[in-house]
Design a protein around this ligand. Structure first.
Ligand code: PMP
Length: 522
């Protein structure tokens, strides 16, 4: 039986069927650099150039020899894999390196926490942000309660409230005219506690993608993924990227007021302190799964200013853009925008370890948080040590420069193609080796192709054609299925890029002629 039989029977019936329809149901049994291999139906081996790159996780290629050597040395050296409740020395080293890098880039100090997947890093960031916000709210509440207690004593001793303030408190707590000052102070305290317990607001962006665990999914804009599970999590307010007025409106809506009574200038006065109840603002500096849309640096900078003014953390999800793919370790470095949190995943483990990490500005790091969050698999020596070696290889092989140079070249080639086929390719977007190619539907063309487009299958059909006909592996972005993502390894060569371009030119010809048959029969 072909390998797909067990997979379809025991794991993924619907997906296997869908992959079968477009010819993507291959088992890749070997990979080296930017090439991977499968066996065709006739049993013959076929080699494929990998432009999908593990959805962004194989920046150093498949089975990078230096990483394989390091992994084997770790295993043969009987490294302890599960040494929980001990000093995780390799996690410490990785933390130091990532933190030092961000310190040099931003001048701030960062703590580094580990998780096992991208979505789990998002969970970690959500929890750490909420924990810190809550600690700040509790502190404010404590200060106000101390003030209220002192003022209540003063009131009982006969000190008077400023004219009008008694009525204001009554209106606030809906206290009747016969309530005593002591009762009103108690009601005010209860009012504050209720206000402080309000659920936090999370801000995300339209087209945003942050993974698929129940928490992270709330931040993933795509309805198809989110809606079936939206009852499970904290609702997120989605903003249009670039729309500052919408951000300001959300910030205003998130405001919570706490009230105190303070003793000043010989009388008791009602005072209000407001805070923004936004637990975090999540953004990918280039929206990856949403179709490779770079965010405007000016917009992010304005959000940064608002984050400072209203005391909420800006979380930069660099799970897809980070680890050098855009030419710098973090893409935000090129934008000149500072995050309070940075998230990494994908290539951090060199495609040989499952590891993700979050970097938290010390200002948002509560030491107790580390005691509350843990995972059996996180901070393990093996994954941490692999990630450290990934950073070594990146330095010794000039990976950042390679990503920048090769990305620029590939971008130029693709933009040339777009100019030759503007009726087929709407736009080429991206930075470095994170490039999206958005195809356009044709109003007057083949009904079959329009149907395929409307159902969100065009990118998958193109992927099947490129794979089976030209030995090139690509896929669409998850939330924008007419955008082909190109995320090859930094080891990709000019000949491989040329082969991609030749094959894409044929796709463009076919789409210009609206020949659905040719695209699906190879
Ligand atoms: N955030 C971003 C920006 C991503 O691109 C992804 C994955 N595509 C995730 C989070 C989730 O990562 P994972 O699939 O490892 O859970």
């Amino acid at each position: 039986a072909p390998p797909s039989t067990d997979y379809a029977t025991y794991c993924q019936p619907r997906l296997t069927e869908m992959m079968g329809i477009v010819g993507l149901d291959k088992h890749y049994f070997q990979g080296e650099g930017s090439r991977i291999r499968y066996r065709g139906a006739d049993g013959a081996e076929r080699e494929v150039i990998d432009f999908l790159g593990g959805y962004g996780s194989t920046l150093l290629g498949h089975n990078h020899p230096e990483l394989i050597r390091h992994a084997i040395a770790n295993l043969q050296g009987n490294m302890v894999h599960h040494g929980q409740l001990s000093v995780r020395a390799h996690a410490g080293q990785l933390g130091r390196r990532l933190s030092e890098h961000l310190h040099a880039a931003t001048g701030r100090r960062f703590m580094v926490l580990q998780a096992n997947s991208g979505a789990e890093a998002v969970e970690l960031a959500l929890k750490a942000a909420e924990f810190a916000k809550r600690a700040r709210i509790s502190q404010a509440l404590k200060r106000i309660e101390t003030e209220l207690y002192a003022s209540s004593c003063a009131a009982q001793a006969g000190k008077r409230l400023r004219a009008g303030d008694l009525e204001a408190i009554r209106a606030l707590v809906a206290g009747g005219g016969d309530a005593s000052p002591a009762e009103l102070f108690g009601a005010l305290e209860r009012y504050n506690r209720r206000a402080a317990a309000a659920r936090p607001m999370l801000l995300g962006l339209r087209r945003g993608f942050h993974g698929k665990t129940t928490g992270a999914l709330q931040l993933t804009h795509n309805e198809a993924y989110r809606a079936p599970f939206e009852r499970l999590g904290t609702p997120v307010r989605f903003l249009d990227p670039g729309d500052l007025a919408a951000a300001d409106e959300a910030i205003a809506d998130s405001e919570v007021s706490l009230y105190s009574v303070t003793d000043s200038a010989g009388e008791l006065r009602l005072s209000k302190s407001a805070f923004s109840n936004i637990a975090a603002f999540f953004a990918e500096p280039i929206q990856g799964e949403g179709g490779i849309h770079p965010l405007d640096a000016g917009y992010l900078q304005r959000i940064r200013e608002r984050a400072d003014r209203h005391d909420f953390p800006l979380v930069l999800d660099e799970i897809q853009t980070g680890m050098g793919r855009t030419g710098t370790l973090f893409y935000a470095e090129q934008l000149g925008v500072r995050g309070d949190f940075y998230l990494l995943g994908k290539s951090l483990g060199g495609a040989l370890a499952k590891i993700s990490a979050i970097m938290v500005d010390e200002q948002w790091y509560e030491p107790d948080f580390g005691l509350l969050h843990s995972s059996t698999f996180a901070e393990d020596d093996y994954s941490s040590s692999m990630a450290c070696r990934v950073l070594d290889v990146m330095a010794s092989e000039g990976i950042l420069q390679q990503c920048a140079d090769k990305g620029r070249l590939l971008g130029v080639m693709l933009r040339e193609l777009q100019q030759r086929y503007p009726d087929v390719i709407r736009e080429v977007r991206g930075v470095g080796l994170l490039i999206g190619l958005e195809f356009v539907p044709r109003e007057d063309g083949s009904p079959t192709l329009r149907d395929i487009f409307m159902e969100g299958r065009l990118g998958y059909i193109i992927a099947g054609y490129l794979l089976n006909k030209h030995g090139i592996r690509v896929a669409p972005t998850l939330s924008s299925p007419a955008t082909i993502r190109l995320e090859p390894s930094a080891l990709i060569g000019p000949d491989e890029c040329r082969r991609l371009l030749d094959a894409l030119a044929l796709v463009c010809e076919i789409l210009r002629r609206q020949n659905a048959y040719e695209l699906t029969n190879y």
